[in-house]
Design a protein around this ligand. Sequence first.
Ligand code: ATR
Length: 294
Amino acid sequence: MILTGKARLAGVVGWPISHSKSPRLHGYWLENLSIDGAYLPLAIDPVHFEETLRGLKNAGFQGVNVTVPHKEAALKFCDEVDPLARRIGAVNTIVFKNGRSFGSNTDAFGFIENLRQNSTHLDFGTAKVVVLGAGGAARGVIVALQDAGVSEVLLVNRTKSRSEALADDLSTDLSSGQGSVQNWSQNRKIQVCEWEKRNEILSGADLLVNTTSLGMAGQPPLELDLSALPLNAVVTDIVYAPLITPLLEMARSRGNQIVDGLGMLLHQARPGFQAWFGEKPEVTPELREFVLDA
Ligand code: ATR
């Protein structure tokens, strides 16, 4: 990589950052598109978050991605935040322009684009979706599903109070008219289900999403009996290490279509790259191989 004095700069801000795949991902696009630019891993201690972002902005950076643990701080930092990011409560992409910071959240976009690219028969408009988990990741996924206009969301979490709070929160926004969600009418509800009923509520589902950390390398597998899940349902996991989680393996072996979580990471990067470097990047099989190959 040889830069000129006009090179465009961006990066990812996290703490720690050494595990991040984003520099490799953006680096692939920069090289393939022959762009005079660089995307850097930036390890920033939370106590220095705001001063560092101001410094990057003043240094002429185009913007940054923001990852754990800074996503909520990024929302507070930005001068303007798009309604979807506000609804999710987290910013993962910042664009600096004319001395101002514009925040958005592309995780929801990444989640839906990954499904659109890799599932063959999912019709969002009629889909009944079961979401497992009620943490920060579930929040982004549910907002994405609402925005995609799915017909029903069943939310199930080990700690029911957490799923109730999340369902309440994402419904309240809608009824107050504050949400950005275009396609989710106010009479639709997020239905909260008991963790003990997680097997039986799979009957009639068109899409099953795991947003819990279960199945991730080093974590126990998710204990789920898929017998009631229709065979034409799509199963997706936002965990991508391992790429094929025990849940995806189980779903695939009984004949369900599966969509792994790596695509979400790849697709969520597209809007930021386009805003900072001015070209539209694509998610290809070669890119997947390249990112996995690290
Ligand atoms: P994130 O922001 O990545 O979603 P999180 O907020 O820590 O992370 O949420 C982790 C999710 O995995 C939660 O839904 C959590 O369930 P609880 O709310 O009951 O904690 C779920 N999870 C983690 N370990 C679990 C386990 N052993 N059994 C069931 N669910 C688990």
